[in-house]
Every structure is written in structure tokens, then in C-alpha cells.
Write a protein that binds this ligand. Structure first.
Ligand code: ADP
Ligand code: MG
Length: 836
């Protein structure tokens, strides 16, 4: 039997056997109908790919021609290529599913007499769940026991007022549709806690019955997907035009329908860049997976492409930048009160069971000074004024010597106005506060009222006597200053958001290296200035002090309207709108509420600022690699496409047949999805500014580079082929030579384009990933196989090259690609000159 903190009852909950039985009966708790990808639907989608259709078409033509052997070879290739796509898709799917499980919502339940955390999906009817502030209710249920449970049911009922729940309801209330003693899936716990017995799960909940997922965003294409789609459509048009031209020319000249169609198909296959979407899905899925291993869970995959573009990073101070381990460093006793009184009242203004590091620090300090903290709470608690980030104070009314006594603590800005100090006193206290805050301390005012006639509803309506101030230090995490340095260099602005006082915030900001720490905007100012003013002021302001979560939305908005890409951290229920609105909303995994996690694009498992910076670095790396892969795809398609077009147009014996294009595709695919995906980050990746949002995926520079490289490889291949066939070598020999040039050039290109600054040898030795070496060695061995295994010679129409010719081909491949190293060298010098 489990006793849950703060609850009266003893609970056992369901046993494992009962759960197994109930789940068999009711299924899993899926609030939205699950989309199932059947094997058949997957196979069908693969057969929608133009490449596969082309391969089938080719096989069919061979069969019609009576060339059964070629037809069968084509079919074998089709199977090979499909199984590769299939495997790749399966692996991507699996990665995404694992990720989904990691980010899936969790719920606390009592089972087998213990409180455990499980996936909300595993919840079943009869389970006892523990709901807490900030939780998203995962199923319908009846309340067994509760404290101040307030629920936002607007998602379900449209009612915007908080619904205050009860355990017992009147018969009239029982006639209402939405019952006061029940909780409903899809709603949000705004305050309080409760133990709730699940009555309906999944599609049987009220939420499930509505049948729509109110939360799921409509599926839209991300900027990258849009750009990719455009590229593919352009290439499709080009290939159709060329198909027609080549077909007509071949047909008219050679009067050969079949040859015409075959060369047309070869060209289409050579041009369609079907690798683009593959690169996109694989890189993003793998990227998300790698980030998950480093404590950053991506909840929305496309967020990865935005990560690298972040230009403003808004972070909460407490707990993200600082350790959230407070310590009392300084006290100030007002008038004729004593230090002992100060601590005593401060402790009385704390919760008996403290989770807040600040309260823990106050109690620790009390104990160090000889106070018996436990016995202080033996008094009777008459009333509580809970802490809210709006009021920034809290209070307790105790019965002391038969009289009600208010003890309160909170920010001096909120407590002092209630204390009726004269000007001199006020100046004195403020002076003290200023001194403490300049050290980066959080300053808390402590006050009491032992002369209460009534207990007012709001704490702000009470009068108080100031007892003193307490200064608490919350030192920054050790790694933070370095991480901020990195951001400063990377052109990412760090914006500090805190409920603390501006002076405290400035002192911390200075300590950790945030720029422009002299400019502060406070929550009060925020309430007064216009949107336009704010937009201007945020250009130079990096500190927002005394703000409440609802201010965050305006801050994000101002930055976004200035064209920045904004990331914002948050953990509370009130943070959810800002997290949703930010380009990247980051929720804290440890401190964060379910609602904040639900609204976020990314969940930080370790609540650590340095992890955010790592993620940005990785986001930049992934984006870089997508660009590198796209550049490579373009470069390597050019020689294939041009030879496929020119040989029939010039009435030369065909160099590339469909089977060769397929073979080359077999090299290009893994090179993209394995080699470029694993390319390590450029050394200077965090020394350049974030890319502008409008940056096209394929910039003019990248386009020109790829075309030049492609044309160079084409020239080498084609000229070699011409030379060979004009000098009496058999066609198959010429083809072998040219294929060797293309394949080796392809291998070299991987290293040459692996970095924009490092030379190819450095890239080669920097790459420690075994998988990359396997792919490259595999490609090389594959080349040797089609050159030197006689049966393969037969199938792919090649002939063995002698050592001399092989070396000649290797040198030509090297020359046709390695010249780019000179361009890199030139660019590097130009850059370093600029820096001087
Ligand atoms: P932050 O976002 O920096 O954690 P909070 O909203 O938690 O800010 O706190 C803002 C201010 O409210 C603090 O500077 C402090 O003055 C006051 N405060 C915070 N927690 C408590 C508490 N438990 N009791 C009294 N005052 C508090
Ligand atoms: Mg706080």
C-alpha cells in the first residue's frame, strides 16, 4: 500500500496481472486513431517512385525485345534497389518510433502499491493516476482525493474559466454533462493535485469521441521540403524534354524505336534526383536520433532544420543558466528586529515541505544558526496565500498565542509597498537591496503582521511590518560562461529572462558574459510600451527582469518581427503559448510541466544550457551536410546525364546503358545517406553567423561549384571514352575505362567536398566513423568486381583493364576532381586576408 505525499488514503492500485487483463480488454490509451503503415501500403509507396517505375519499364522493354537475360538482370536490380529503399525506410521509421516513445507523454500511477511513472499509452481503466499542476490529463476519470484541483477544460468544453473540482457533488451537479468530480482527457491541470481513478481511455474518452485531434498541427511542408520538391519538379521537366529530344533524334537517325526508348530512359534515370527527399528524411531522422542520445529530444522533426538558423536564444535564468542551488549569503535586519526573528519569520513563510531551492536554503541557514526548524511548524496554519509569479510573494497565517499572525516573503518590490515605511527608511532599505543585488544575489523581503483583525482574500490587501532582507546566491553553472562565449562568436544573441530583479540579473549577466548587460527591460515597462517601441528596444536589450511567463509571448513576438529566428526555454503552464510561438520552443525535461513539454519542439532532458548550444552546433552541422550531399548529388549526376545525352546525339556507341545508371545509383545512395550524414562539423562552424532564414538550400555558390565539378568529371569521362574508342580499343574496354574514372572521381569527391576549408587528406583522416570507410571500400571493391570478374563483365558489358590503364584512369579521376583543392586554398587565403 502506498502513501502518497500529502494524501490521506492508502492506495494499492492495479496489479500487473490486472493491468495485462484490462489492456487485453480495452486496448491501449490512444486518444487519436493510430495510423498503421501496413506492409502492403509501404510496398505500394515504394512503387510510386519514378526510379522504380523506370527500372520496371526498362525490364519490360527488354522482355518485349526478347532480350530475356537483360530483362532478368533489370528485375534483379529492381529488387535490389527496392530492398535498399525498403530497408532505409524501415530504419528511418524505427528511429522515428523510438524517438516518439521517448517523447511520448508520461503519467504517474499507483500500481502494485507503488507510485510509478508510465507512458500515458499504457494507462488502463481502473488505474489510479496522480495528477499534478501542469499535467495534461491523459484519460477520463473520477476524482478520489484532491487538493485545490483547478482544471482548464477549454480545449474540450470551450469554457475559458478554470473549473474547480470537487470529490462530492450534489444531485443537481450530477445532471451536468461535464461533472465536477471527474477529469477529462485533453484538459490541463492548472493548480493542485489529485488522485483520479480512470474510467475511460483512448477513443472512449470524451476527447476521443470528438474524433479529431485538436492539437495536431496540419501537416505542412517545411522550407527545406518545399525547396526540394521544386528541385525535383524542375529536373522532371528537364528530363521529359530531353527524353523527347533524344528519342526523336535516335529514332529519326537510326530508325530504331527500341534504342530510342532505351537512351531516353537512361537519360531520365540519370537526371531524376530521387536522392534529394531520401537525404532529407534520413538526415533529419538520424539527426534527431543523435540529438536524443545527447539529451535533447526533438518532438517535431523539421525543427532540426531551424536549429542551425537560431539567432536569438531566450533563456530562463534560474535553473538553466544558474545551478538553482541557493545559499543565504547576506541578511539585513530592519529597525529593532533581530536576526533570529528574521530567520524565524522567513521559515514560517516557507512551505513545511519545501521543493523550492530558495526555501531550502532559508531553512538550512536557520538550522546553521541554531534554529529547530521542525518545531517551528508545530503551530496551526490558518490560511495560505500561495506564491504566484505575478505577485512574486507568498504568505502564511499562523495561530500564535491565540492570535492570527501573517508571515510573508517575496520580492522587495511587492513587499515594501505594503509596509508603510517613511522615505528615509525606504531609501535605506532600497540601498541595502541594491548592494545585495549588485552581487548577483536574489533579494527577498520578509515581513509580518501580528495584529490582524480580518484575514483578507488577497495578500495585497494586508498591512505588514518589514523585518528584513535576505540575500541569496544562485551561482551560474560552471560551463555556462564558455557556452555563452561560443554563442557570442557564433552570432547568437543570448537573452536572459528572469523573474528576479534587474540589478541581480545584470550582475549575473555580466558574470557569465552576456553582452549589453546595461540595458534592462522590466515586466512593468513591458506592460507600458507599445509593440513598435518594444521592437526597437529589443534590438539592443538582452535582459528582461521581473517578468512573468505571460510577458514571454511579447518578447518572442518582438524578436520574430525583427526577422530573428528565436529559441525560447520554458517550464511552466503559462510558458506554453510562448513555447509554441517561438521558432524553437525548448521545454525543460526535469522541471518542465507536461503542458510545456507538449507545446515545445524540443525537450532538454538535463535542463542544461550547454546542451542547447551543442544542439545548435549539431543543427548547423546537419544543415551543412544536407547542403554538401545535395551539392554532391548534383555534381555526380552531371557526368552521368551528359554522357547519357551526348553519346546517342553524337551517334557514338552507347557508353551508359540503364544497367550502368543503376549501378552508379547504387554508389550514390549510400554515399549520401551514410557518408555525408556522418560528416563531422566544420572546425569553424560556431565561428560564423547564423544563416539567414531566406538562405536558399542551393545557393549560387553551391550551384556553380557543383556544376563546375560535374562538368570537369564529365569531360574527363567522355574524353577518355572518345580516346579509347578512337584508338581501336573495344567498346567494352572504353566503357570500363570511363566507368573507372567516374567511380573513382565519385569517391574522391566525397573527401574533397567533405569540408569547405580542410583539404581532402585532412578530411580523410578526420573521419573516424567506420561505416564511412565500409561504404567507400565497398564501392572500390565493387568497381574491381565489375572490372575483373568475368561473369560480371558479361552482365554489365565491361572488360578488364590492365594495371597501366587502371592507373591512368585513377590519375585522370584525380585530376578531374582534385583541382577543387586549389579553389579551397585560394578561398582560404582570401578569407584569412579579410580577417587581417
Ligand atoms: P525566476 O523565473 O527567475 O525563477 P520566479 O518567478 O520564480 O523567477 O521568482 C520571481 C521572484 O519572486 C523572485 O525574484 C523572488 O523575489 C520571488 N519569489 C520566488 N519564489 C518565491 C517564494 N517561494 N517565496 C517568496 N518569493 C518568491
Ligand atoms: Mg523560480
Amino acid at each position: 500500500m502506498a502513501k502518497i505525499n500529502g494524501f490521506k488514503g492508502d492506495y494499492t492500485g492495479l496489479s500487473d496481472e490486472e493491468v495485462a487483463k484490462l489492456q487485453l480488454k480495452y486496448g491501449k490509451n490512444d486518444l487519436v486513431p493510430q495510423k498503421r503503415n501496413t506492409l502492403l501500403s509501404r510496398i505500394l509507396t515504394i512503387f510510386k517512385e519514378p526510379m522504380i517505375l523506370l527500372l520496371f519499364g526498362t525490364a519490360l522493354i527488354y522482355f518485349l525485345l526478347g532480350e530475356y537475360r537483360d530483362g532478368i538482370i533489370m528485375l534483379i536490380f529492381v529488387m535490389f534497389v527496392t530492398s535498399i529503399s525498403f530497408f532505409q525506410e524501415w530504419k528511418t521509421d524505427r528511429t522515428l518510433n523510438l524517438l516518439k516513445n521517448l517523447t511520448s507523454p508520461k503519467v504517474k500511477v499507483i500500481r502494485n502499491g507503488h507510485l510509478v511513472t508510465i507512458d500515458s499509452r499504457e494507462l488502463t481503466v481502473g488505474d489510479l493516476m496522480l495528477l499534478e499542476e501542469g499535467d495534461k490529463v491523459p484519460a477520463d476519470g473520477q476524482i478520489i482525493e484532491m487538493h485545490d484541483l483547478g482544471i482548464d477544460e477549454s480545449a474540450l468544453t470551450g469554457e475559458s474559466e478554470i473549473c474547480w473540482k470537487k470529490v462530492e457533488i450534489t444531485p443537481e451537479e450530477n445532471n451536468e454533462y461535464w461533472k465536477k468530480n471527474c477529469c477529462y482527457a485533453g484538459t490541463t491541470v492548472i493548480s493542485g493535485t489529485a488522485i483520479v481513478k480512470v474510467t475511460a481511455i483512448g477513443l472512449n474518452t470524451e476527447y476521443g469521441k470528438i474524433g479529431v485531434d485538436v492539437n495536431s498541427a496540419p501537416e505542412y511542408l517545411t522550407p527545406l521540403e518545399k525547396q526540394t520538391r521544386k528541385l525535383i519538379i524542375i529536373s522532371l521537366y528537364i528530363s521529359i524534354c530531353l527524353f523527347v529530344v533524344v528519342f526523336l533524334v535516335t529514332f529519326i537517325h537510326q530508325k530504331n524505336l527500341i534504342d530510342g526508348i532505351l537512351s531516353g530512359i537512361t537519360i531520365t534515370m540519370a537526371i531524376i534526383p530521387e536522392e534529394f527527399p531520401v537525404v532529407l528524411t534520413v538526415f533529419l531522422a538520424m539527426g534527431a536520433w543523435r540529438l536524443a542520445k545527447r539529451n535533447a529530444l526533438i518532438r517535431r522533426i523539421p525543427a532540426i532544420e531551424t536549429l542551425g538558423a537560431i539567432s536569438v536564444l531566450c533563456v530562463d535564468k534560474t535553473g538553466t543558466l544558474t545551478k538553482n542551488q541557493m545559499e543565504v549569503r547576506h541578511t539585513y535586519v530592519f529597525n529593532d528586529h533581530s536576526e533570529r526573528e528574521l530567520i524565524n519569520y522567513a521559515v514560517l513563510a516557507c512551505e513545511e515541505e519545501s521543493y523550492d531551492p530558495m526555501e531550502k536554503a532559508i531553512k538550512e541557514y536557520g538550522e546553521k544558526n541554531g534554529l529547530d526548524v521542525k518545531s517551528i511548524y508545530s503551530k496551526k496554519l490558518i490560511h495560505e496565500y500561495p506564491f504566484s509569479s505575478d505577485l512574486k510573494m507568498m504568505g502564511h497565517v499562523w495561530e500564535i498565542d491565540g492570535k492570527p499572525v501573517l508571515t510573508a516573503k517575496g520580492s522587495p518590490e511587492s513587499i515594501l509597498p505594503l509596509c508603510h515605511l517613511d522615505d528615509k527608511e525606504l531609501n535605506d532599505v532600497k540601498d541595502r537591496q541594491f548592494k545585495m543585488a549588485s552581487n548577483g544575489y536574489r533579494v527577498i523581503a520578509v515581513a509580518k503582521n501580528d495584529n490582524m483583525s480580518i484575514i483578507p482574500k488577497n495578500i495585497t490587501e494586508t498591512k505588514m511590518d518589514l523585518i528584513g532582507l535576505i540575500g541569496l546566491a544562485d551561482p551560474p553553472k560552471e560551463a555556462v560562461p564558455d557556452a555563452i562565449d561560443i554563442c557570442n562568436e557564433a552570432g547568437i544573441r543570448i537573452v536572459l529572462i528572469t523573474g528576479d530583479n534587474g540589478i541581480t540579473a545584470q550582475a549575473i549577466a555580466e558574470e557569465i558574459g552576456i553582452k549589453n548587460y546595461n540595458n534592462v527591460i522590466t515586466g512593468q515597462e513591458l506592460d507600458k510600451i507599445s509593440e513598435e517601441d518594444l521592437r526597437n528596444r529589443v534590438k539592443k536589450t538582452n535582459i528582461f527582469a521581473r517578468v512573468t511567463p505571460r510577458h514571454k509571448m511579447r518578447i518572442v513576438k518582438a524578436f520574430k518581427e525583427n526577422g530573428e529566428v528565436v529559441a525560447m526555454t520554458g517550464d511552466g503552464v503559462n510558458d506554453a503559448p510562448a513555447l509554441k510561438y517561438a521558432d524553437i520552443g525548448i521545454a525543460m525535461g526535469k522541471r518542465g510541466t507536461g503542458v510545456a513539454k507538449d507545446a515545445a519542439d524540443m525537450v532538454l532532458l538535463d535542463d542544461n544550457f550547454t546542451t542547447i548550444v551543442d544542439t545548435i552546433r549539431d543543427g548547423r552541422r546537419i544543415y551543412d551536410n544536407i547542403k554538401k550531399a545535395f551539392g554532391y548529388i548534383i555534381a555526380i549526376h552531371i557526368p552521368i546525364a551528359l554522357t547519357a545525352i551526348l553519346t546517342p546525339l553524337l551517334h557514338l556507341p552507347l557508353l551508359l546503358l540503364p544497367v550502368h545508371v543503376v549501378l552508379l545509383e547504387l554508389i550514390i545512395d549510400p554515399t549520401c545517406s551514410i557518408v555525408f550524414e556522418r560528416e563531422p562539423a566544420e572546425d569553424k562552424i560556431m565561428k560564423r553567423n547564423p544563416r539567414p532564414q531566406s538562405d536558399p538550400l542551393i545557393s549560387v555558390n553551391l550551384g556553380v561549384k557543383s556544376i563546375l565539378q560535374g562538368v570537369a568529371i564529365f569531360t574527363a569521362t567522355f574524353v577518355s571514352y572518345l580516346y579509347m574508342i578512337n584508338n581501336g580499343f573495344p567498346q567494352n574496354m572504353g566503357r570500363s575505362f570511363s566507368l573507372t574514372v567516374i567511380v573513382l572521381a565519385n569517391l574522391l569527391l566525397v573527401y574533397i567536398n567533405g569540408s569547405e576549408t580542410d583539404n581532402m587528406f585532412k578530411v580523410m583522416f578526420k573521419q573516424k566513423d567506420k561505416a564511412v570507410w565500409y561504404v567507400n571500400i565497398g564501392v572500390f571493391l565493387g568497381l574491381l568486381a565489375i572490372l575483373y570478374i568475368p561473369s560480371l563483365n558479361d552482365i554489365v558489358k565491361t572488360a578488364p583493364l590492365n594495371l597501366f590503364n587502371f592507373l591512368k584512369a585513377a590519375i585522370i579521376a584525380f585530376l578531374s576532381t582534385a583541382w577543387w583543392e586549389l579553389v579551397k586554398l585560394y578561398n582560404k587565403n582570401k578569407l584569412s586576408l579579410k580577417q587581417i
